[in-house]
Every structure is written in C-alpha cells, then in structure tokens.
Design a binder for this molecule. Structure first.
Ligand SMILES: NC(=O)c1ccc[n+]([C@@H]2O[C@H](COP(=O)([O-])OP(=O)(O)OC[C@H]3O[C@@H](n4cnc5c(N)ncnc54)[C@H](OP(=O)(O)O)[C@@H]3O)[C@@H](O)[C@H]2O)c1
Length: 240
C-alpha cells in the first residue's frame, strides 16, 4: 500500500489528496495551522485519510506532495524528507511569494531551488501547469482516448532517482492523466507560469487561465509542441 503525505492541503494539495485516495492511495494531509484544522477534509475523504503535522506527513509518505506558496519552502521538515520522493506542485509568483532573485535572473528553476533545500530527497515537478479545478474535471480512466497529458520533470540519472520519477508517473497515470516526461528537473521551466503550456491550454478556449466551469483535454502531441515552443525570459517572469 502506498501512502502519500501532503505538505499543504489547500486547493491543489486537497484536490490531489481526494483524487489519490479515490484511486487507492492512503493519504496524510498537513498544513501550517495544524491537523485539527483538517478534520473536514479527512472526514470527506474517509478511511484512507488522516491528518498530521508536516513532519508526520513527511515521515508517513512514500511520496510527499509539497503544495505550498513558494515563500513557505523555508518551513519544510527537511530531515524528515531525506530519501523521500517529493512531488513539487509549487509555482513562483513574485507578487505572492516576494522576489526571489535567482528565479528572476533565471539562474535556476523553482523545483531546483526546492531540490537544493532538500538534500537526499528526489524532487519531481508535477501538477504545476493545470488549475486545480481542472484536475477532477479532466481526469479519465486508463485507456480512455480523451485522456489529457500533464508534464512532469525530474532527474533520472541514478536508479533511485529513476525509481522516484517512475512512482510520480504512476501517480499521475492512476489519478487520470497521461504523464509526459519533459526531461530532467532543470527542464521544469518549460511549464512554469507564463509559458505556453501553463494552465490556459486546459481551459475551454485554450487561451484564458481561469475559466472554472469547463475544461479541455490536451493531447500529448499538443503538449509536446507547447513545451518545445517555450522560451525563457526574465521579463515574462517578472510580469507574472
Ligand atoms: N491553485 C491552483 O490552481 C494551482 C495550480 C498549480 C500549481 N499551484 C501551486 O501549488 C502551490 C499550492 O497552491 P494552492 O492553490 O493549493 O494554495 P492554497 O490553496 O493557498 O494552499 C496552500 C496550502 O499550503 C499550506 N501552507 C502554507 N504555508 C505553509 C507552511 N509554512 N507549512 C505548511 N503548510 C503551509 C496552507 O496551509 P494553511 O492554510 O494552514 O496555511 C495550505 O494548506 C502554490 O505554489 C501554487 O502556485 C496552484
């Protein structure tokens, strides 16, 4: 039985916890305010869920989803994440998170920043480029021809890293999407905010970022083109 710990159980973390429990994972949810504030979510999910501290979620998880505002990365339970597969859903929004010069200057990416904070963990970037409302809306069972593709990025240069990445591919596939491998973690910028693959393609008109009522399946061929067309621009990032 695989357990997923959630550090951050808000729009994305809470949605993924519901979906993961729905396909057979056990989940341990956590947030900044403490387990007692997550009673409602746990009751809604049912017997596969429990709430804990961030340390407990990290220790319990075979996979640990980190889904917090980027400004909160300094609060992660670093020691409890050694050796863990960490799924990074986080995005950099300077107006929300405060300016992070190495990201503005594009000398690194947000997921590599997280990986640098977590020695011994295997960080895989996933679920970053889709609005949380579209996750349950667009999920389809295996074999469904309408399955949308979601990008992931992660290193796979050691057997442990490759195994971590494979477990995230399995998570994406089990909850209802085709996992498209974008390459190593350093390639994760290709689906960060303001890139062509970010959020809008999953909206009904393929253009606007926030139309919560309906979604749109994005094929792997389309996603592949969008990722390939991404360019890096400090200006684009600063405007976000
Ligand atoms: N919303 C989307 O559609 C979407 C899509 C893709 C990616 N993302 C990215 O995913 C991340 C999460 O987004 P979200 O929309 O789910 O945010 P959210 O709804 O605001 O939830 C954030 C979660 O993080 C927790 N948190 C905040 N500070 C924390 C800390 N210091 N320690 C532990 N937990 C902490 C919050 O707990 P408390 O409430 O107790 O503070 C809450 O459970 C962000 O980086 C975002 O940019 C969002």
């Amino acid at each position: 039985m695989t357990t997923i710990g959630f550090i951050g159980s808000g729009q994305v973390g809470g949605t993924l916890a519901r979906m993961a429990a729905g396909v057979g994972y056990d989940v341990v949810v956590s947030n900044s305010r403490g387990p007692e504030t997550l009673t409602e979510l746990v009751e809604e999910i049912g017997t596969r869920a429990r709430a804990g501290t961030t340390e407990e979620a990290a220790r319990a998880g075979d996979l640990v989803v980190v889904s917090v505002p980027l400004r909160a990365l300094g609060d992660l339970p670093v020691a409890d994440l050694v050796g863990k597969t960490v799924v990074d859903t986080c995005n950099y929004y300077p107006r929300r998170d405060g300016a992070i010069p190495v990201l503005d200057e594009e000398t690194t990416t947000s997921s590599e920043l997280l990986a640098a904070l977590l020695p011994g963990a295997h960080v895989v970037k996933a679920f970053n480029n889709i609005a949380y409302v579209h996750l349950p809306m667009l999920a389809r069972p295996p074999g469904d021809p309408e399955r949308a593709a979601l990008p992931i990025a992660g290193d796979d240069d050691t057997p442990e890293a490759a195994s971590a990445k494979a477990s995230v591919v399995e998570l994406v596939e089990r909850i209802g999407f085709h996992a498209h491998d974008t390459g190593p973690l350093a390639e994760g910028w290709r689906f960060q905010p303001s890139t062509p693959a970010y959020a809008a393609p999953y909206s009904p008109d393929g253009l606007s970022v926030w139309p919560p009522e309906r979604g749109r399946q994005v094929t792997e061929a389309e996603l592949s083109e969008l990722l390939a067309s991404a360019t890096r621009s400090g200006e684009t990032q600063r405007r976000a």
